[in-house]
Design a protein around this ligand. Structure first.
Ligand SMILES: Nc1ncnc2c1ncn2[C@@H]1O[C@H](COP(=O)(O)OP(=O)(O)OP(=O)(O)O)[C@@H](O)[C@H]1O
Length: 345
């Protein structure tokens, strides 16, 4: 049995505008049912990438395939049905102001030539799926930002696309509404097995729902991988800076002693299924050391705990510090002795 073609695959994609290279060497595969985040700062090439994926822009080199079908050489009429396989969700919703919520959702079905009966049944199902029952007759101006985006999502889902392409879909929403829309996307992904490509400039959006992330910088892929790994152990400078990961940062208010004894300040980067292990109580049980958390935290990234802790460890004997560090290093992503804490007394 051959495995199904990926929903989307890009190979060696390059796009130039004059002498400016907006995208180069883009290799990307999106498998069925996954949520992939694409993150980058302004100018990184996100819009150009979207335009290459939906056929609005032709790459200068490389291939873009949707469900195994290469689109870069297709003419407008051949592109149309392939484009319909990608549902677009936009930052500013792009709803028709003079049509109700239900009519906005119905429009792509009318264009697709669906008969009235099944069309209206489908609109009802979609309204229910996105939590808009009872609001079907409201016009966009009578809906909140979150409700408008629910209409946008339902409209994108109406033609049963193979993939949802979310272009900064939560960037115009407040944090609470962002949370609700991301929860809706995650729910749709789970319930329908729908593939979602999330384009964003916000790490938090990626952290909440993307299983995998691609970091774009200056038109190139700077880093890619499972979201929790990239968050727990970022490699590229741009990822570290997007994450606000300053490797040298000390928690506020802590001062390191010039000498080397007493309570050791240790920075621990945790991530992965083992991150919940009882690390600190281990230090007491194995080494008779006392350990306290001075700063930091652990939170789930794609369901996997990830975090950075600053821990003060007082070994029973100075010689214990080395084996303590080795023990911590064996069960964390990174353990680093930063120095010794100045005591207040
Ligand atoms: N039609 C164009 N003509 C010339 N340069 C362009 C064109 N489109 C994009 N660019 C340039 O290509 C680079 C990538 O732009 P792009 O819009 O893809 O970035 P972006 O990551 O989407 O940024 P933003 O988040 O600000 O929308 C930028 O330097 C931009 O100025």
């Amino acid at each position: 049995m051959t495995s199904p073609a990926p929903i989307l695959s890009l190979a060696g994609v390059r796009k130039r505008f004059g002498d400016h290279t907006a995208l180069s060497d883009i290799d990307l595969t999106v498998g069925s049912g996954e949520i992939l985040g694409i993150i980058g700062r302004s100018g990184a090439g996100k819009s150009t990438l979207i335009r290459c994926i939906n056929g609005l822009e032709r790459p200068d080199a490389g291939t873009v395939a949707i469900e195994g079908r290469e689109i870069q050489a297709l003419g407008e009429s051949a592109l149309k049905p392939v484009r319909r396989r990608i549902g677009m969700v936009f930052q500013h919703f792009n709803l028709l102001a003079n049509r109700t919520a239900a009519e906005n959702i119905e429009l792509p079905l009318i264009i697709a030539g669906m008969a009235r009966g099944p069309r209206q049944a489908r609109v009802r199902d979609l309204l229910q799926l996105v939590g808009l029952e009872g609001r079907e007759d409201r016009y966009p101006a009578q809906l909140s930002g979150g409700q408008k985006q629910r209409v946008g999502i339902a409209r994108a889902l109406a033609p049963e696309p193979a993939m949802l392409l979310s272009d900064e879909a939560t960037s115009a929403l407040d944090p609470e509404t962002t949370e609700q829309i991301l929860a809706l996307l995650a729910d749709i992904n789970r319930r329908l097995g729908l593939t979602i490509l999330l384009i964003t400039h916000e790490m938090d959006v990626v952290r909440r729902i993307a299983g995998r992330v691609v970091v774009l910088e200056n038109g190139r892929i700077a880093e890619a991988g499972e979201t929790w790994r990239v968050f727990a152990d970022p490699q590229a400078a741009v990822t570290k800076s997007l994450l606000g990961h300053d490797a040298a940062a000390l928690p506020p208010g802590l001062v390191l002693a010039p000498g080397g004894s007493g309570e050791a300040l240790i920075r621990i980067d945790l991530g992965g299924p083992d991150a919940g292990a009882p690390l600190l109580s281990d230090l007491g049980a194995r080494f008779g050391a006392s350990a306290r958390i001075l700063s930091g935290g652990v939170e789930p990234v794609g369901g996997v705990p990830v975090g950075r802790l600053f821990v003060g460890v007082t070994p029973a004997r100075p010689d214990d510090l080395e084996p303590i560090l080795a023990h911590l290093a064996s069960s964390t992503i990174r353990t680093e002795l930063l120095g010794h804490v100045v005591r207040a007394d």
